[in-house]
Design a protein around this ligand. Structure first.
Ligand code: NAD
Length: 697
């Protein structure tokens, strides 16, 4: 499977003519960063040397605009760029004491900041500053890295590009590399860029358009050359295993991911991601798989996210089932940890930071696909995307040459670089529920959606499920707009349908890797005098509020037991679970059944560390879809008022004379879901502004 078609040059002269010099840099960055064939997420940087007015003297000065530390080119804005005085940057070589001290140079960049720009300059800054061309792109295109990571990469570069594109042997990005690029560009005026061994591409030009066009052209030459040489044998070699159906792969993922998650979450909860796309399946099913996977990834950007090596799990899809795979997990995970610790010990230097989490990020299973696990969903997804980049590189490089990853010590020096460690230390502290996965039934409704927001505020990711598809879609759209695409997923389900609930938990396990928190909240309300209560009404209440809660919690406990790291189940009960209410026997009885189910589960699941608690709301009118229909009319009649006065009636009825909102219920949910309630199970929290009849005794 060679690379796709060549890239289009998407430069639009008419559009560019409307932009100022700095905006043109943003435009170019978006064109480049928006195509993952050109550079990976967060990877690469762009720069322009522009003339600016000095704020104090008004003099015209040369300023380097260069992508600052962090962020992604696809979405960069002007304030994502660091701006630095060129004359100060060009003084820095005088202060440079040699490669052993190059990290100290980073401290000088802040002294070069133009116009008090607070954006931190990245370690790649000298790579742009010291090349004399006005515009510089640094990209990580898979096609070029495939050449950069080939054992004869230098010869291939000269074969493909002649002397238009040079070659620099591997060296960690930093001041020394900046000086080497400067020297290369000076000594090779005909060159338009350089391939950096095991790393990526540098290209330059006198205008933004020229620089962009060169970048595209250089990548296209690599793509075309690789395609033309794709019949030379080598590569991944033919498939050696039977391909499983998509449904079977997903089933295995749903069963295996929670097991892996449970085994690797001791050092902190992790979220999973599953990919079984064609590139992954071809790789894990190839003869070269074990050999290439063991060699490790090449580009530093990749292995900082994926770790150098994945955990390749042996599995014969044609002869074994998932139980065989599950049985192998503990020993395989343990062996990976020991290997990682040995790598750390082999390569550590005196000043190296302590060893980090020794668990694998990438898990590869022949016939099934790739699981990735990281501290949050975005990191897990990006790690998986980066490993796919690595697969492209290994595949293409092996097709035309011999794939040669970075030497182990060089990779370690990047992974445990003190500057990298400082970056990690600057990261904000993890939120209380970071890495936790919550599933909320009835999530399209008032209390369900408020609970989702509250858990997301604390860093959890959320599976929202509901029987009503369109409000569910709307709710998930709102959550994703506020918390990001990776934060949540909407999955339809009917809590009364055994098969649907089984599928719901499997899909959730496949999507995030498991479940830690289950908020069983789906509900209805109904009212009728006992003589008017039809069997259908009775069954409807019992089906949703009793049987539905049973089905959801049974499936949840199965999944939590498979993970074996405990969990928290929260039932949304009702004041009516404790207090009888006239004219609502079916609802009250079903809610009482729900409450007792929670007590039974609390008892039975405590040995597994699974806590089960109940929140009892009362009279939560705002946002609740229950209160939009017949129930409100009926309750208004019962209270001799109209539906619009009901909130006031309930407020006045409460001991505290306060209205209860969905956010109040969500607060209790968040408490019970969190470790703050680690020692509470079988409990009830009433959130009803005070109701003496509901006092628990
Ligand atoms: P809501 O109607 O806004 O939300 C309930 C959601 O459950 C709805 O989106 C609905 O589509 C969904 N649902 C219904 N049947 C389902 C099924 N079979 N499968 C999956 N989803 C289903 O109501 P709310 O006020 O947010 O209520 C949430 C929970 O709180 C319910 O269990 C309710 O009994 C309980 N409660 C609410 C109040 C209140 O005053 N709002 C008081 C006491 C208890």
């Amino acid at each position: 499977m060679p690379f796709g078609a060549a890239l289009d040059n998407r430069w639009d002269d008419a559009r560019a003519a409307t932009l100022g010099p700095a905006e043109l840099l943003v435009y170019r960055s978006h064109l480049l960063g928006g195509d993952r064939q050109i550079t990976n997420f967060g990877g690469g940087n762009t720069s322009a040397k522009l003339v600016e007015q000095e704020p104090l003297s008004g003099a015209r000065v040369n300023v380097l605009w260069v992508k600052g530390s962090g962020g992604d080119l696809a979405e960069i804005t002007l304030d994502g760029f660091a701006t630095l005085y060129m004359d100060k940057l060009l003084e820095l070589p005088r202060l440079y004491r040699g490669a052993a001290d190059e990290d100290a140079m980073v401290g000088y960049y802040a002294h070069c900041a133009f116009n008090l720009n607070p954006r931190a300059a990245s370690i790649d800054t000298p790579l742009h500053a010291l090349v004399s061309y006005a515009h510089v792109d640094h990209m990580h295109p898979d096609a070029v890295i495939a050449i950069a990571a080939s054992s004869d990469g230098r010869a291939l570069t000269s074969q493909i590009y002649g002397n238009e594109i040079g070659w620099l042997p591997w060296i960690r990005p930093g001041f020394e590399l900046g000086l080497q690029l400067q020297q290369f560009a000076r000594e090779n005026p005909a060159a338009r860029g350089v391939i950096l061994e095991s790393h990526g591409l540098f290209t330059w030009g006198n205008t933004s358009k020229q620089c962009y066009s060169t970048t595209i052209e250089v990548i296209n030459r690599a793509i075309r050359w690789l395609s033309a040489h794709s019949n030379k044998g080598g590569g991944l070699a033919p498939e050696i295993i039977a391909l499983l159906s998509p449904a079977r792969r997903k089933h295995i993922a749903a069963v295996v991911m929670p097991r892996i998650r449970g085994l690797i979450s001791a050092t902190g909860y992790k979220v999973g991601h599953f990919d079984d796309g064609p590139a992954v399946l071809e790789f894990v099913g190839s003869r070269a798989f074990s050999h290439l996977a063991a060699l490790g990834t090449a580009c530093p950007d990749h292995f900082l996210r994926t770790k150098i090596r994945p955990l390749a799990l042996p599995f014969d899809a044609s002869a074994e089932d998932e139980q065989a795979l599950i049985a192998r997990l503990p020993a395989a995970i343990d062996a990976y940890r020991r290997d990682y610790a040995a790598y750390y010990e082999r390569c550590r230097r005196d000043a190296s930071p302590p060893m980090r989490d020794p668990d694998a990020v990438i898990y590869l299973v022949p016939g099934v696909g790739m699981f990735s696990f990281a501290g949050d969903k975005t990191a897990a997804r990006i790690a998986s995307e980066f490993y796919i980049n690595a697969i492209h590189i290994m595949r293409e490089s092996s097709r035309v040459s011999t794939y040669r990853p970075l030497e182990e010590q060089a990779a370690f020096d990047i992974e445990y670089w003190l500057l990298e460690e400082a970056k990690l230390k600057r990261m904000p502290a993890r939120k209380a529920l970071a890495g936790r996965i919550a599933l909320i039934t009835g999530g399209a409704g008032g209390i369900g959606l408020a609970s989702a927001r509250r858990l997301l505020d604390d860093g959890a990711c959320v599976v929202l499920t509901d029987i009503d598809q369109s409000p569910l879609d709307e709710a998930v759209d709102q959550l994703q707009a506020q918390y990001g695409k990776d934060s949540s997923v909407g999955l339809w389900s009917d809590v009364t349908d055994e098969a649907a609930i089984g599928a719901l938990f499997r899909d959730a396990a496949c999507h995030f890797g498991g479940i830690d928190i289950c908020v069983s909240n789906a509900g209805i309300a109904s009212a009728a005098a006992i003589e008017e209560t039809s069997l259908a009404i009775w069954r409807h209440n019992m089906d949703i509020l009793s049987t539905g809660y049973f089905l959801v919690s049974r499936e949840c406990v199965r999944l939590m037991n498979a993970q074996d790291i405990g969990g928290s189940i929260v039932f949304i009960g009702s004041k009516n679970a404790l207090v009888a209410s006239p004219g609502a026997a079916a609802y009250c009885t079903a809610k009482a059944s729900e409450l007792h189910l929670a007590r039974c589960l609390a008892l039975e699941c405590a040995p597994a560390g699974i806590r089960v608690n109940v929140v009892n709301p009362d009279a939560v009118l705002r946002g609740s879809r229950i209160w939009q229909g017949e129930w409100a009319e009926q309750r208004a009649r019962q209270n001799h008022t109209t539906p619009d006065k009901l909130e006031e009636v309930y407020r006045n009825r409460s001991l505290l004379k306060r209205s209860v909102y969905p956010e109040d219920i969500a607060e209790a949910v968040a408490f019970l879901a969190s470790d703050r309630a680690a020692k509470s199970t079988g409990n009830i929290i009433n959130v009803d502004a005070g109701n003496a009849a509901a006092f628990t005794r």
